[in-house]
Ligand binder design. Structure first.
Ligand code: 5GP
Ligand code: MG
Length: 178
């Protein structure tokens, strides 16, 4: 597959859309098995997780709901380390089984923050599902309940992930060419 140019950078394919689709369906089957009769509510973290959430959600075979939460900790290709711009959750999570949907866990900062936030809403249970996980970048202790792919500590775009706002529409996941 051809490399893609986004602004000043070149990216090469890392995970093909076929692989992603296959893995997302597997994750959906596993979650459906774990949450049968629990009517979970998924919380999709915008913007990055919207594509993952849309594919996973459609592959679930159980009764379930979805809500959306927005925050941001990134500018360019480096984490700024501070979480800003939280757009409040508009669903009642009290006594609900919550599954947070993230595109990627990098330092784990966002994941820790999100789990704490969900607990404040008195959820019955909180689990964390991320399509991608960078184990070498992790700086926090966090339990990831569902992970699509473990990836090296390199900057990725595509399938919802952006570089400076661009690249989210790519069906494959690309990595910065070194
Ligand atoms: P963390 O708080 O775990 O350091 O970062 C989580 C967020 O950083 C993710 O939700 C994602 O938005 C962003 N992020 C982390 N790694 C990457 C990456 O390789 N590419 C892009 N586009 N965003 C990333
Ligand atoms: Mg994200």
């Amino acid at each position: 597959m051809k490399p893609v140019q986004i602004r000043d950078k070149t990216f090469v394919v890392s995970i093909s859309s076929e692989k992603i689709q296959h893995r997302v369906r597997e994750m959906a089957m596993e979650i459906s098995g774990d949450y049968a009769d629990k009517r979970p509510i998924f919380v999709c973290i915008l913007n990055g997780a919207f594509i993952f959430a849309a594919d996973l959600f459609r592959a679930l075979s159980i009764e379930c709901e979805i809500s959306f939460l927005r925050l941001s900790s990134y500018s360019g290709t480096q984490s700024t380390g501070t979480i800003t711009n939280l757009l409040g959750i508009n669903a009642n999570l009290k006594d609900r089984h919550v599954i947070i949907l993230e595109d990627i866990v990098d330092t784990g900062e966002t994941a820790v923050y999100l789990v704490e936030e969900m607990k404040k809403h008195s959820a019955a249970s909180v689990r964390f599902a991320s399509l991608l996980f960078k184990p070498k970048a992790l700086k926090h202790t966090i339990r990831l309940d569902y992970v699509g792919f473990e990836v090296p500590n390199d900057f990725l775009v595509g399938y919802g992930l952006d570089y400076d706002g661009l690249g989210r529409n790519l069906p494959d996941i690309f990595v910065l060419d070194k």
